[in-house]
Design a protein around this ligand. Structure first.
Ligand code: PMP
Length: 398
């Protein structure tokens, strides 16, 4: 008999399953709001002009494809650090940040999780309730027990800050707390500056380890603005971990461009931590691919291309904001009594609409409008052509 004869079918990824159902739907009016991808006004994943120009230059130079260093290209890693912490960060001057290129934000989380599991074998990991659906599985697969801290208050349509703070205050020292640095996925509800300061105080007092996941820098208020939490952590003197991704901000999803950064207490610690990170990477995939990282590094280090990119990023950010406002206005205009104005305040690509699993199922069955069963929609999947149809569907199932 085959060694695979008793293998069970693993559960389908819920979001990918939704995409499959959407793909099989033959209605021409169908809309997929279940995705985690930015679509432009024409409903396409954009190829940014800054990226095109950097790629063209790179391809014309026909670079050899030697191995990269285990931790990736130094130019890329330095560019990442400056984007996250700012050009003039004292942490960078002091050599307190180590950065390794990673396979997207997911790869950064995985390398970080594997490394922390060796460093803190007795720690538990705490993720927000709810969180990005891969956080739990990712840290569990690294060997951790994963629990949640309260995060979203569905009735108030915002952060349950008291619940979150009380939970973090009760955690044992050394616990790892995964925090969404900005644009919380899936709720779109972020902490205020004052709340971040309080979380940092708790982190310090309880000896917790912050793991900041930054997948949407530039999608809320701006590149520097969205790094607020990171910079408050940086100023606090704490050690912490950051996973970051260019999937969204550069629209480079399939190129897998991200980074793991760890803030240590000294340059000497940094050297030792980096040696351990390299060991983790070496035994996983040896070293990262060249193309995406070199394109991002080229854009970030050229004043001209960087300017182009920042304008394009602002364009994506503004379009999402416009869609949020338009969605709320159109629901109102349609005579929907329920107040949806909270959607305007949510940040990033996603919105927790408050629609129930039944309502989501009805939108899918009756209208071919697909959303996640939790009521999460991707605002960036709406455009001026499909928004009225989406509004009709929502109004019909309320
Ligand atoms: N963290 C969060 C919160 C995310 O939403 C995502 C992906 N959408 C990731 C990490 C993973 O990013 P990447 O696609 O770059 O692996």
């Amino acid at each position: 008999t085959s060694i695979f004869s008793a293998v069970e079918m693993a559960p389908r990824d819920p979001i990918l399953g939704l995409n499959e159902a959407f793909g099989a739907d033959t209605r021409t009016t169908k809309v997929n709001l279940g995705v985690g991808v930015y679509f432009d006004e024409s409903g396409k994943i954009p190829l940014l002009d800054a990226v095109k120009r950097a790629e063209k230059t790179r391809i014309e130079s026909l670079p050899a494809r030697g191995y990269q260093p285990i931790e990736g290209a130094p130019a890329y890693n330095q560019a990442v650090q400056k984007l996250l912490f700012g050009n003039d960060s004292p942490l960078l001057a002091e050599g307190r940040v180590v950065t390794a290129q990673a396979l997207g934000g997911t790869g950064a989380l995985k390398v970080g999780a594997d490394y922390l599991r060796r460093l803190l074998p007795d720690a538990k990991v705490y993720i927000s309730d709810p969180s990005w659906e891969n956080h739990r599985a990712l840290f569990e697969t690294a060997g951790f027990t994963v629990e949640t801290y309260p995060y979203y208050d569905a009735a108030a349509r915002g952060v349950n800050f008291d619940g979150m703070a009380a939970c973090l205050k009760s955690l044992p020292a050394g616990s790892i707390v995964v925090l969404h640095a900005c644009c919380h996925n899936p709720t779109g509800a972020d902490l205020t500056e004052a709340q971040w300061r309080e979380i940092i105080e708790i982190t310090k007092a309880r000896g917790l380890v912050g793991f900041l996941d930054m997948a949407y820098q530039g999608f809320a208020d701006g590149i520097a603005e969205d790094a607020l939490a990171l910079n408050l952590f940086a100023a606090s003197g704490l050690q912490f971990v950051v996973s970051s991704s260019f999937s969204k901000s550069f629209s480079l999803y399939g190129e897998r461009v991200g980074a793991l950064s760890i803030v240590t207490a000294s340059k000497d610690e940094s050297a030792r931590v980096m040696s351990q990170i390299k060991r983790t990477i070496r035994t996983n995939y040896s070293n990262p691919p060249t193309h995406g990282g070199s394109v991002v590094a080229a854009v970030l280090s050229s004043p001209e291309l960087r300017n182009v990119w920042e304008t394009e990023l602002a364009g994506m950010r503004d379009r999402i904001r416009t869609m949020r406002q338009s969605f709320v206005q159109k629901l109102q205009a349609k005579g929907v009594a329920q107040d949806f104005s909270f959607i305007i305040k949510q940040r990033g690509m996603f919105s927790y609409t408050g629609l129930s699993a039944d309502q989501v199922a009805r939108m899918q069955n009756e209208f071919g409008v697909y959303a996640v069963s939790t009521g999460r929609i991707c605002v960036a999947a709406m455009n001026t052509r499909n928004i009225d149809y989406v509004v009709d569907a929502v109004a019909a199932v309320l």
